[in-house]
Ligand binder design. Sequence first.
Ligand SMILES: [Zn+2]
Ligand SMILES: [Zn+2]
Length: 452
Amino acid sequence: MVETKTENPRKTKGAAPKENGFAKGDKNNNDLSDYEDDLSQLIKADTKSAEAGPHKMEIVWFPNAIGFFFLYLLTLYSTYLLFFDSKWQTKVFMITSMIFAGLVTTMGAHRLFTHRTYKANYWLRAFLIISQVVAAQVRELFILLLIDSYFVGHAYFVRSCDQKTELLAVGLSIDAIAAEASQRAFNSADATHSCSKNCLWVWVRDHRQHHKYSDTDADPHNASRGFFFSHVGWLMVRKHPDVIAKGKLVDMSDMNADPLIMFQKKYYKTLFTILAVIIPTAIPYYFWNEDLMKSFVMCSLGRIHWTNNLVWLVNSWAHLIGTRPYSENILPVESFFVSFIGLGEGWHNYHHTFPWDYRAAEAGKWPNLTATLIDYCASRGWVWDRRSATTEMVINRTVKKGDHTHPLFGDKTETFVEKVREIKLAKEYTDQQVEDDMKLMGRLRPDESKKA
Ligand SMILES: [Zn+2]
Ligand SMILES: [Zn+2]
C-alpha cells in the first residue's frame, strides 16, 4: 500500500471541466466566464474528496505490475532486434507500422472521435475505426501477449522448424481462453481499468474524462501524481473511486449511436487477434522469410508497446515539462519533443485550452504531422468542417492567462502589450500573418523550442 497525496497544486485556479472535452465558452466566443463557473464546481468536488481523507493507492502486483515488468523486458529485446538482429525489411515494417498506428490514433480516436474537431466521410471513418485495432491501445492485453510469447518461444526453441506455425496457432488459441479468464479476473477485482480491452469506445470515454477532470482525482492518469503515475503507473493500481464515479457521467451518446463503433467494440478481441497480432507477425514471416519469433516480438508485441509508450508521453511529459503560453493555470504544457515523436500531439497546453481545434496546436506550430494529414484529406474532399480557434481568441487567452512565454503575444513589455492591443482593435491579423510571424519569431528565438 502506498499512501499518496492527490492534491493538484494548480487545482485552485484551473483545469476547468468540459463536456466531451469541449469548453463551453470557447466554441463561439472568447469569453472566459464559463471557465470560472466550471472552476467553482471543480473546487467543490475536490473539497469533498479531500474531506474523505487521503486516498491510499493500492498496487495490483499481479498481473498488472509484474506483467508490465516482463512486458518492458520483452520490448527492450524487440529494440535490440530492431537495431542489431533482424532483416532490413522487418525494421522498415516495424517503424512504418508504428507511425501508421500513431497517425490513426491521433487523427481518428483523438481528434475525430473524442473531440469531434472535424467531420469525415463514411469510408474514412470506417478506415479509422478498423485501423484503431491495429494501433491496439491495449492495457491488460499485454499480459496476454506475454502468454503468447511463452508459447511462441516454446515453439521456437523446443520444436523443429516446420512445426512453428502450428504451435503459433495453438499459442493464439490459448490466448483467446486467457483473454476471457483475464477479463473476468479484472472485472471482479475492479482492478485498474477493468475492461481487458481498449477498443475505440473505451479510449474515447477515458480521454473525454481526462479533459473534463484534468489532473484531479477523477482524471484516470492524473499528472499531479507525478511522471511515472501519469505515464504507466495508473495502469498498475486500482482506480481512484472518483475515476469510477465520474467515468459513468461521461456523455457517450454519440458513440453509442454509431453502429461501426459498436461493431468494433463488440468484436474487439477477435479483430485484435487478427489485425494486431496475427497479420503483423505473418507479413515478415511469409513475405521476406523473417524468423517467426522475431516477427512476433518486433512487429506485434514490441511495436504495440513502443507505440503506446510514445502516446503515453502526452499524458506524462506533455503535462509536466514545458511552457504554458495559453494558460498557466493548468498542468499541460507545450513540448516540441513530444510533438515531434507524438505526430503533433505535444502542443498540449494549447490542446487543453482549445480542445475542439483540429490542429491541436496554434497555426504554424511545427511539427504537426496529424494536422497536415487532416488538411490533405480535406483537400481531397474526405474531410470538412475543420474547427479551429481564431487569432483573436488565441491572443485574448494568451494575454489574459498565459505564462508570457508565447513568442508573439507573450512579451510583457509595454510596447508588446500595446502592439497586441492594436492588433486586437484592428482585427486585421490574418492566420497567414500569424503563421509567418511564428516562423520568424521561431528563428529569432531559438531557445523557444528548448523551453518547450
Ligand atoms: Zn484531447
Ligand atoms: Zn492531457
